[in-house]
Design a protein around this ligand. Sequence first.
Ligand SMILES: *Cc1c(COP(=O)(O)O)cnc(C)c1O
Length: 661
Amino acid sequence: MRTVPLPRSPLIDDLPTPPASTEPEGWSTDAAEDLYHMAAWGEGYFGVNAAGHVVARPDPRSDGEIDLAEVIEEVVAGGLRLPAVIRFQDLLDTRVRLLNESFSAAIAESGYRGSYTGVYPVKVNQLREVVDEIVEAGRPYGFVIECVSKAELVATLPRLESDETLCLVNGYKDEAMLRLILTFQRLGRTVLPVVEKMTEFDQILALSAEAGQPAQLGIRVKLASVAPGPWTKSGGSLSKFGVTLPELVEAADRLLAAGQGDVLRLLHFHLGSQIGDVAALKAAVKEITRIYAHLVKRGVPLEYLDVGGGLGINYDALPLGGGVDYSMQEYANAIVYAVQEICDAEGVPHPTIVSENGRAVTAHHSVLVVDVLGMTSKPSVPDGFVLEADTHPIARELDTLRRAALEAPGLGELLEIYHDAVEARQKAEALFQYGYLGLDPLALAERLYWATCRAVHDRVSAAGPGWVPPELDALGDALADQMLCDFSVFQSLMDHWALGQRFPIVPIARLDEAPTQRTRLVDITCDSDGEVSRFVSPHGKKKALEVHAPDGQPYRLGLFLVGAYQDILGDAHNLFGGVAEAHVYLDATEPSGYFVEETIPATTVEEMLARVQYFPSDLQTRVQSLLREKAQAGVIRPKEAQAILTAYRAFFARTTYLDPA
Ligand SMILES: *Cc1c(COP(=O)(O)O)cnc(C)c1O
């Protein structure tokens, strides 16, 4: 056979060959950390131990490690069903501490004369245990809470620690909410409604006139500045939130005319979540600080400058310049220095800086662990396959191509083989449609087609890095397996479905072995969108995940950085409900280094059905009548009928996910 030398791009030719760490013989747990880019997204909180298990290191001040695979064994043995969210509660403390310390450091370094108050926006994760942990961790720093909706307000008001504890109420508020907020102000609490639109401002003034007590408030402003990113519409003049600059001036003047300039205590903007560019944030902070300065000079003694949320985290392994490439410290510095610069230029006092960071505080602390239920691979033929003599010519043609691909030709020839195989497969399908090919030869042709693709792909991969024709480059993804995982993308990974957000995914054990398969993940909903086919990588284009071949033992994947929004955005598509939870703490006195403080069972079938107005009594009565009828007709014996009813009834207490075989 003619051998064509592999054409190489001149640029690539000069690059050193990559380290052989992905080769099985050179495999190590370090190689696993590299392969799954754990350093890029894990901030040092996650790694792999010598046993090949994922570990969490939730407190960088200690060397305590929690073995995730061990935690799962323990909670599953204790009766908890997967999928489950594992919360590393210490990570909430760590993130709250780092955020506050970053601002303290920026204030100390810059000589800023105001202070900082961090606010946790509960919408990011309202779970009581999460909020409790954050409040607890934030107590030394005066870290406080922001709520938005009626339900969040009702849950938050009774939990304010003291009269001085600031509580912000953003979002649209109706009259009942405003009345409740003003009532709490009358009780002495510092609950500030942040005005989102002018009608709300009018309502607040009317209600406070009625109560004979001036209401304290904040105002959200639509700035000209915007930040690039998926949530860019949260800021800027297109935002549905906030008042315009002329409206702000009007509001301030009305308050001043009434001699009530001092009720306006806070000025706020929010650029959107996951800000990609710290320069855009700086510009917005300078813009709002100018507005603050002008209002102060006009006679409004504003106290708080609230720069919203948006501190991003790295979901990806993109190189510098892609994704979020600034640190928490850089974020804090950008804000503090920008406020200081403008205040000094305008000659106004330094306000208390407020930021509302949700994602950056909660994202790392929880991991969703799912069971793999099965794996489907592309059809193929066994090694050493020999075609039978009387096989249909189309299968013969494909088999010739397959063997040609195995014989190590050059890249040009491999491309030709691939094109011929695609054509032969199309021919086989056409022959079948017109009745010239039976089902068995068609199935064989299909297997030989994929075996050819696999052989071509293996040859191309073996050639190492270098330019590869796009068709051949795409073969790896086309050949990827499908792994069926026991979870719902719509319940647990909403932003992957809605926004294409990539989340880091890593097998929680066997990382001391080199993975040998590449796969997409599919969930158990009946929706073809219920899949994960975008994975973390330095180029942002990875469509298959490296996993291990099944070995008859449970195989579990960890889906990381799901602590912000994903936990609570969940949608009941197909009536899959909330997943189970376990809350884990570091504990140096335990031999394992941790203890599981609490487990929360998953939503049951009965609870999910109640949400759509089906109730056990009605459903069970219907099954009972059917069984009685069938027993009377002699289809089943009465005793069997009873057993069937018992089995049916037992479903109501089950979780909505599958039980592994
Ligand atoms: C959502 C939201 C936040 C939180 O944003 P993160 O990006 O999670 O920090 C803060 N403030 C407002 C007004 C929000 O709507």
